[in-house]
Design a protein around this ligand. Structure first.
Ligand code: HEM
Length: 331
């Protein structure tokens, strides 16, 4: 189905993974999905769409049966061999390193996932989040200062992207003196406006993850050599639960994953929030009358994360093929 046909959509014809116009307003399609019951294999790609809350949670929480190996690329994940048999665990383990984003935390399964997640959770403590929130308030003003005199801005490029990027940098303890370098390297939009951007933005020249791995590898090696009383040293010296020290690259990967997992999602959330505020005068009035309401509303957004996660996992596809007692790949 083409995007133009979406005025009167025939959902049977829609390939969800290709219907870009649908993503502007996917809710009627979600109703169509739900009408097929809580678990339904869609016909275009054979992806199991899980829309029931209980069903989503039982897939999500059952790492014995379902794998996250294809979680990032979903139906575009291609195994080099056919997925045959009732239990495909051995095939997954043999080939998972060939899959896209296989070195990123969301693609891991236990026990590796549990170990690496443990490292991450050592960082995200209530104290760190409080400090990070204080940075956010300072940064919000600083970010607005960049365009307030102009009287106009392109919200995602001028505010949401750099704001999100620098909040994550602060969370990880990247020194403020390095923040500009991070913006230069990681903000593609910014680079697109530079004169020679066309030459440098190709897949070879623009490698944000490589930049992050290299930068964090250097930070972590330095902090392990000369520990200081700072967040980066905490990241560099965090150990697995058995007390062993993770390889430097593992820690650099986790740091890089926070940027890739948190960046676009949050920038889009801010964009949607701004659109809603623009469309709803009652929200504008509320925010003007009670400036602290913005704090409350951002906390409510955090609370909706669990629901977002659940619904985005609806694109399930088999880790082990076969009956429910065998392992399947989550999409
Ligand atoms: C609106 C904002 C966000 C949304 C909608 C969102 C959504 C998600 C979803 C759906 C997953 C699960 C992926 C899967 O299991 O297949 C996930 C995982 C993850 N997210 Fe977010 N996310 C957001 C913001 C962030 C931020 C700000 C950070 C960090 C700074 C972050 C870090 C992570 C990490 C590290 C994982 C992997 C967790 C794991 O595998 O244990 N996310 N996110």
């Amino acid at each position: 189905m083409s995007n133009q046909d979406l005025d009167q959509p025939d959902f049977d014809q829609i390939d969800f993974f290709r219907a870009t116009a649908l993503y502007q307003d996917p809710y009627p399609y979600y109703e169509y999905l739900r009408a097929h019951g809580p678990v339904w294999r869609e016909p275009h790609r054979g992806v199991v769409m899980v829309t029931g809350f209980e069903e989503v949670m039982s897939v999500y929480n059952n790492a014995e049966v379902f794998s996250s190996c294809n979680t990032v690329a979903g139906p575009w994940t291609k195994f080099p061999v056919p997925l045959e048999g009732d239990d495909i665990s051995a095939i997954i383990e043999e080939h998972r390193d060939t899959l896209p984003f296989s070195d990123q935390l969301p693609s891991f399964d236990p026990p590796k996932h549990t170990e690496q997640r443990g490292l991450l959770m050592r960082l995200i403590t209530p104290k760190r989040l409080k400090e990070n929130e204080e940075f956010m308030w300072r940064l919000a003003d600083r970010q607005i200062d960049e365009f307030i005199a102009r009287g106009t801005c392109e919200f995602i490029r001028d505010y949401a992207n750099p704001f999100t990027l620098l909040v994550i940098a602060d969370l990880l303890g990247v020194p403020e003196s390095e923040h500009d370098a991070f913006r230069q390297e990681l903000q593609e939009d910014k680079r697109a406006h530079e004169p020679d951007a066309g030459e440098r933005r190709g897949p070879v020249s623009h490698k944000p993850l490589e930049f992050l791995y290299d930068r964090f590898t250097a930070y972590i090696e330095e902090c392990r050599r000369s520990p200081r009383a700072d967040v980066m040293t905490g990241l560099a010296t965090a150990t697995f639960t058995d007390g062993s020290m993770p390889p430097v690259r593992d820690v650099a990967l986790i740091a890089a994953n926070l940027f890739s997992a948190g960046g676009e999602t949050t920038a889009r959330l801010l964009g949607s929030a701004m659109q809603l505020i623009g469309e709803r005068p009652d929200l504008q009035e509320l925010l003007r009358a009670e400036p602290t309401a913005s704090r409350i509303s951002s906390r409510r957004h955090c609370g909706s994360k669990a629901r977002s996660r659940a619904s985005s996992d609806c694109r399930g596809s088999p880790r082990r093929s076969g009956p429910s007692t065998s392992r399947r790949a989550r999409t």
